[in-house]
Design a protein around this ligand. Structure first.
Ligand code: 6PG
Length: 251
């Protein structure tokens, strides 16, 4: 990675260790904030093991559920009960059993018009701004305590795809994406880079040998969306051994 890179990479043995380490980061962030905690979840397959872990007794008893609010970084225009719905996946894995319903904040793609993803985005932007209590992000007061992220095979993160103008958005907190680069090829809604950045910690989870090729490109500082996603606080990449590029020296 570039010398001025403010991220740090933590390597772990396998997906189970990755989920356990991510869970400890989440617990540390909730413990560090005695007030209302905001966590932005991610979709895809990478966080599933973490989500299941959070519902187990050992972790469940350590999360102050009443004061933790759960958001999602991006959503696909699929029905609410579709397993490809990112928030539904998180709800099924842990939220519906553990969190008060009022603390779960899905992006309304199931009811919004897929031909107008910007409308669904505007609704979620309003929800985020009302939760935050302002329509301008203050560097000194991050929106989220923790933002979870994943990396796609093309270097996308959330639903911010390479070459998409949404990457340069600085005014809107949330935008509609008419065309996804990867499956499912449905319109999306995604938080923008400044919104995702407004957090105390951004935590990427990357596991498996099929992630090695894209990690090699990302660690070579290629200009890809996942390389542009940075927290105003701490940015951490949790990577398992199978995903680590062969010539990676560790950091
Ligand atoms: C989405 C995700 C997306 C995901 C990556 C990694 O809605 O598609 O939020 O950004 O995190 O594509 O996905 P996997 O974890 O399935 O590899």
């Amino acid at each position: 990675m570039a010398a001025n890179d403010n991220r740090h990479v933590i390597t772990v043995t396998d997906p189970a260790a990755l989920a356990a380490t991510a869970a400890e980061h989440l617990l540390a962030r909730t413990a560090a904030n005695s007030g209302r905690v905001a966590i932005c979840l991610t979709g895809g397959s990478s966080p599933k093991q973490l989500y299941h872990l959070l519902a187990t007794d050992a972790y469940r008893s350590r999360i102050p559920w009443q004061r933790v609010h759960w958001f999602i970084g991006d959503e696909r225009f699929v029905p609410a009960d579709d397993p490809l719905n990112n928030m539904s996946m998180a709800r099924t894995a842990f939220l519906d059993r553990c969190a008060p319903a009022a603390n779960i904040h899905p992006i309304p793609t199931a009811t919004a018009d897929p031909t107008d993803p910007d409308r669904g985005a505007a609704l979620y932007e309003q929800e985020l701004q009302s939760f935050y209590g302002a329509d301008t992000l203050d560097h000194a007061r991050p929106l989220f305590d923790l933002v979870l992220m994943g990396v796609g095979p093309d270097g996308h993160t959330a639903s911010l795809f390479p070459g998409d103008g949404a990457l340069d958005e600085t005014a809107r907190w949330v935008v509609g994406i008419a065309k996804a680069n990867v499956e499912p090829f449905v319109p999306r809604v995604t938080l923008t880079l400044p919104t995702l950045a407004s957090c105390r910690e951004m935590l990427f989870e990357v596991a498996g040998a099929d992630k090695r090729a894209i990690l090699t490109r990302l660690f070579a500082a290629e200009n890809l969306p996942a390389n542009r996603a940075r927290s105003t606080g701490e940015t951490v990449w949790l990577v398992d051994r199978a995903a680590i590029p062969e010539n990676f020296g560790g950091q």
